[in-house]
Design a protein around this ligand. Structure first.
Ligand code: MRU
Length: 351
């Protein structure tokens, strides 16, 4: 299956003295501009401002950020000092997507395991590792698509929230990978994309990539979903996730929980699609998942225009947690976890 995006969401270009290139997602759909990050500060800002976003893509960015932050070290001791510092710094960019911390830990332990290598070889090995994180994510997303494609039958209507597509991963996406794979298998279906206030990832990003891929997509305001389900016009809901606890509770873009409640009320199956790197088995349940609260201005201003009276507060949590009992199944690169239960999750990680 060819990359439906035809752009690389994020990539490392050149050798060790190269740079991270990414589509600046804050400019979509109007402009497709590539942002080049040659230093960790630029990369941190890109994650914080959602120029690169979506849990797996943030993980790829973090891995590449470690290379940016260690490649100039003059000796081994400096490299390991810089490694600690850059990992702490990048960990402060966004709190919810566990892929960020997963990728930093992977880079840190790779460096530890190669501690005895000559300096230049060690630096090169870290670049190779970051590139592997990206390549593996693309392959994993393809596997998620294959594992879940049968959920979308000919003539289906599917609702998704936020953007869990190629833009949110190295390639293909998670929830959208299922759509791309279903289409590859000849199914025709319709997708409703929640616009996803306040930053409009559904309207700006999901609609952009599905439309470019030739998939029938219609954008709806977030508050339309319930009436569409009541009218029997949604057959399946599938979203991504930013962190999944050991019992299957899943954090995803704010509004996902409401969709899951609506789906249950209307008998619509609700699926989550995510790679193993999105599971955080150190958390018993979703209560402990840290939820990012973003600036009030993202709510009080729309396209630079103030829409909330001055002096009125806005509360802007970026994620919510959907309890496992509302999730029919979690589509992973190893197949579908269904029913969603602690023991089934443990089995996937034991294998
Ligand atoms: O704030 P964002 O745009 O990074 O939020 C992204 C999401 O909520 C996605 O659904 C999630 O990261 C899964 S991406 C495959």
């Amino acid at each position: 299956m060819a990359n439906p995006l035809s752009y690389k969401t994020i990539d490392w270009v050149g050798g060790l003295d190269g740079a991270v290139e990414m589509i600046d997602q804050t400019l979509l759909p109007e402009d497709v501009k590539i942002l080049t990050c040659r230093d960790v500060g630029t990369l941190w800002e890109a994650i914080r401002s959602l120029r690169v976003r979506g849990a797996p893509a943030i993980g790829v960015a973090a891995a590449m950020g470690v290379v940016l932050g260690t490649r100039d070290a003059a000796d081994q001791a400096e490299l390991f000092e810089n490694l600690t510092r850059v990992c702490e710094y990048l960990a402060s960019s966004r709190p919810t997507a566990v892929n960020l911390f997963w990728a930093l830990e992977r880079m840190r332990s790779r460096a530890e395991s190669l501690r005895n290598l000559p300096l230049e070889e060690l630096k090169q090995a870290l670049l190779t590792e970051a590139q592997a994180v990206r390549a593996e994510d693309a392959a994993i997303c393809r596997a998620i698509g294959q594992a879940g494609q049968h959920l979308i039958q000919d003539g289906a209507t599917v609702l998704t929230h936020c953007n869990a597509g190629g833009l949110a991963t190295a390639e293909y996406g998670t929830a959208l990978a299922i759509m791309y794979a279903a289409r590859e298998n000849g199914r025709r279906f319709q997708v409703y994309a929640d616009e996803t206030r306040p930053l409009l990832q559904g309207a700006r990003l999901t609609a952009w990539e599905l439309f470019r891929a030739g998939i029938d997509v219609t954008v709806i305001c977030d508050n339309v979903a319930g009436s569409l389900m009541k009218a029997g016009r949604i057959g399946l809901v599938v979203t991504g996730a930013d962190r999944i606890a050991a019992n299957g509770d899943a954090a995803n873009k704010i509004g996902t929980y409401s969709l899951a409640v609506l789906a249950q009320a209307h008998g619509v199956p609700f699926y989550v699609a995510a790679p193993r790197s999105t599971f955080d088995l150190s958390l018993e349940n979703g209560e402990a998942i840290p939820i990012e609260v973003r600036p009030a201005e993202e709510v009080s201003q729309v396209f630079g225009r103030v829409v909330v009276p001055e002096g009125v507060g806005c509360y802007n949590p970026a994620f919510d947690v959907t309890p496992a009992r509302l999730i029919r199944g979690i589509v992973t690169e190893q197949g579908i976890i269904e029913p969603v239960h602690r023991d089934r999750i443990r089995e996937v990680f034991a294998g």
